[in-house]
Design a protein around this ligand. Structure first.
Ligand SMILES: [Zn+2]
Ligand SMILES: [Zn+2]
Length: 267
């Protein structure tokens, strides 16, 4: 049984898919439970203008509640959000989580210094080595202050938009990665395994097998599985494969969430 805990619909700026289509596809695939995690990204420069990618939480919750009820016999649907973290908007992100009753919050980096990683400006004035190091340092500094999340989204996304032919071995950043994982574990936070890695043709899982194993070695127990789907074709993509990978790495459970509290489901 699979649980897709990273899913976008047209409440996200970058998805056109109606929520109900994502739900129907999930039912078709036999998923037991899904969590919508639409994008909130504050303070992003787009075409020289600073914008906020917002979700209207009231409409969002209303819609989820409606479908929850409508499909109650077929699938469980949870209320999540994917918060795009940046140092200068952490208070705003915290307010959103405090003031709304989410089941689950993914804390992700999509943007650094108001510039989206996908635009690649972040990489322009530095070596790949410096880019990775800065990314991990920024992530660590944010989670030292910001605790309003359930799992860290695509923890090593810095690889995705850098030079894919020259991905630097995780052992080079073993200390930085350990620091992040230890802090997350100490705070009772998890990580997610994100199967968008296959769409982006990354040679490894996201996060890498190294990071997934290390999280476990350090005592981490909270892991969610997400497709990061933005359309119906991507729902639960490669989940048979990643569930097997997790088993082989020695993971015994994956997590679902209720009102920010993890439930452990036997793998
Ligand atoms: Zn993301
Ligand atoms: Zn996402």
């Amino acid at each position: 049984m699979y649980y897709d805990y990273h899913m976008h619909c047209n409440f996200s700026e970058d998805s056109k898919t109606p929520m109900e289509d994502m739900i129907n596809r999930s039912i078709e695939l036999g998923l037991k439970e899904i969590c919508f995690t639409d994008h909130v990204d504050y303070s992003v420069i787009v075409n020289n203008k600073e914008v906020d990618y917002n979700v209207n939480f009231k409409d969002y919750f209303k819609k989820i509640d409606y479908y929850k009820e409508k499909y109650t016999d077929k699938i469980k649907i949870k209320k999540g959000i994917e918060m795009g973290l940046q140092n200068h908007v952490l208070d705003k992100c915290a307010d959103d989580v405090i003031n709304n009753e989410f089941d689950f919050v993914i804390g992700s980096i999509h943007t650094i210094n108001k510039s989206e990683l996908i635009q690649r400006h972040f990489y322009e004035d530095k070596s790949q080595m410096e880019a990775y190091r800065q990314y991990y340092e920024i992530l660590y500094s944010m989670i030292s202050k910001y605790k309003h999340y359930s799992v860290l989204g695509h923890l090593d996304i810095v690889k995705r938009y850098g030079d894919l032919n020259n991905i630097i071995d995780d052992r080079v950043f073993a200390d930085e990665i350990d620091e992040i994982l230890k802090l997350a574990i100490q705070d009772g936070k998890g990580i997610e395994i994100n199967t968008s890695s296959f769409r982006y043709r990354l040679p490894d899982l996201t996060p890498s097998s190294y990071i997934l194993k290390r999280y476990k070695e350090l005592g981490g127990e909270i892991i969610t599985t997400g497709s990061d789907s933005h359309n119906t074709n991507q729902v639960a993509h490669k989940f048979d494969y990643i569930y097997e990978c997790l088993r082989q790495m020695g993971y015994k459970y994956i997590c679902t969430f209720d009102k920010m509290k993890p439930n452990f489901i036997k793998l």
